[in-house]
Design a protein around this ligand. Structure first.
Ligand SMILES: [Ca+2]
Ligand SMILES: [Ca+2]
Ligand SMILES: [Ca+2]
Length: 470
């Protein structure tokens, strides 16, 4: 059987399972209780047809050499239609209107689902599990309450789609475009959104049961100007994708949990984080002009981050200075009185920074700063300007990078403290170590003129390669 014309016909109870109906037309036909299980339906036309209780599981609609036209379902009405495992590659599903649709494990690569209605209710979710939407066009589609568990949305276009109450679990949406989507009440977990575009998106109410983590990957994604509120994005990855850094400029994380997440290298200028960021990694992130007030940064890592112009009022474990000459002190846990491992940034101005107890990260920024580590294994970064550094008790690390100035380390602990010169990629042989009265002066052609490290009251012959991290 092949290329039949059912245009405008009424089909009830027909069983076409396993047959070859390639090239047939069902234009404006009405099909009720029809079976197409495993049927060959390449190059067919179902536009404006009405399908009720139709089983087309494992049917083949994809074009081939003999039937090069994609199947056409545009403007069709589909009630209780089962496309599970069907091959709908390149299918034209423009403006289809569905209820109780099953597209589980269907192949919708390069399909056009623009303005399609695949919506349902949470009690009876449209089944899109395991479906392949690679490069599919889902722009302006209504996907309310759809279950995308295990689906592939790589490079899919979801611009302006309704994703309200959807399940996005174990989804791969690498490179997908989510601009202007409605992301309310979604469940986001164990999914990949690398290089995806969320620019300007509003994502609200994405909770998870207590104790569960989100484990999302947003590497190299664009979330600039996005507003995310009341979401759980724990243990998520916002680090770079190859050479593409994640764009978080102006992103708002309002009452959103980003604990354990990795923001390493992210461009997060002007970002707002006011929820839990416990144990998060902000190393080398651009946090200029960020608003980190009220955030909880306990055990967070800000090594190499730039917080110029940032504010952190009432933040936990993070203290940020202004452009003026600030006096900044490490904090204690208000409930237990215990020392906190603080991250303290002086920024511009001549700042006095005291980490207090705990393993602190102190960054003077520009200006002639005075840094005191106190007890604990501290990391002190003088930054530009002529700084005075004192690690205090504990095994402390002093980090120097290009243009660090003429800095002085008081009470350098031989065989305890370390000078980190990793930024210069040199070895001990490139250093010049001289005795200058009671002090030791360390210089190098690699540092450039005007950049010296003075170890106050320290004997030059005690300086060897073990005092450095190269
Ligand atoms: Ca400073
Ligand atoms: Ca110390
Ligand atoms: Ca300095």
């Amino acid at each position: 059987m092949s290329a039949l014309n059912f245009s405008n016909q009424l089909l009830v109870g027909n069983n076409f399972s396993g047959q070859n109906l390639n090239g047939s037309t069902f234009f404006k036909a009405s099909l009720t209780d029809v079976q197409f299980v495993g049927t060959l339906l390449r190059g067919t036309n179902f536009s404006e047809a009405i399908l009720i209780n139709v089983n087309a599981s494992n049917a083949v609609f994809a074009p081939n050499t003999n039937f090069p036209a994609p199947v056409n379902f545009s403007l069709a009405t589909l009630q209780n239609v089962n496309f599970s495992g069907a091959n709908l590659k390149q299918a034209n599903l423009f403006k289809i209107n569905t209820s109780n649709i099953n597209l589980s494990n269907a192949n919708l690569t390069d399909a056009n689902l623009s303005e399609a209605n695949l919506s349902g209710e949470q009690s009876n979710r449209p089944n899109l599990t395991g479906a392949n939407f690679t490069r599919a066009n889902l722009s302006l589609a209504n996907l309310k309450a759809a279950d995308f568990t295990g689906a592939n949305l790589t490079d899919a276009n979801l611009q302006g789609a309704i994703l309200e109450a959807t399940l996005l679990v174990n989804v791969n949406a690498t490179g997908a475009d989510f601009r202007l989507t409605n992301f309310t009440d979604v469940t986001l977990q164990d999914s990949i959104f690398d290089l995806a575009n969320f620019s300007g998106v509003s994502l609200s109410d994405a909770p998870l049961p207590p104790g569960e983590t989100a484990n999302l990957s947003f590497r190299g994604a664009n979330l600039s100007g996005a507003t995310i509120d009341d979401a759980v994005l724990t243990n998520s990855d916002f680090s770079a994708f190859g050479s593409t850094v994640t764009n978080l400029t102006g992103t708002v994380f309002d009452t959103t949990d980003v604990s354990g997440s990795n923001f390493s290298q992210a461009n997060a200028a002007g970002v707002l984080i006011n929820g839990s960021a416990v144990g998060a990694n902000f190393s080398n992130a651009n946090l200029t002009n960020a608003n980190l007030s009220k955030g909880d940064f306990t055990n967070a890592n800000f090594r190499g981050a730039n917080l110029t112009g940032a504010i952190a009022a009432d933040a936990i474990a993070l203290v940020v200075g202004t452009a003026a000459n600030d006096t900044l002190n490490g904090t204690t846990n208000l409930l237990t009185g215990a020392a906190i491992n603080d991250n303290i940034f002086g920024n511009q101005g001549n700042d006095t920074i005291d980490g207090g107890a705990g393993n602190d990260y102190l960054d003077g920024g520009s200006g002639n700063d005075s840094l005191l580590g106190g007890a604990g294994a501290d990391i002190l970064v003088g930054g530009a300007g002529n700084d005075t550094l004192n690690g205090g008790a504990g095994n402390d690390t002093f980090i120097f990078a290009s243009g660090f100035g003429s800095d002085r380390i008081n009470s350098f602990g031989n065989n305890a403290d370390k000078i980190d010169l990793t930024a210069f990629a040199i070895s001990f042989g490139s250093l010049t170590v001289t005795q200058d009265a009671a002090n030791t002066v360390i210089s190098s052609g690699v540092f450039g003129a005007g950049n010296t490290i003075t170890l106050a009251n320290f004997t030059a012959t005690n300086v060897d390669a073990t005092d450095f991290i190269f």
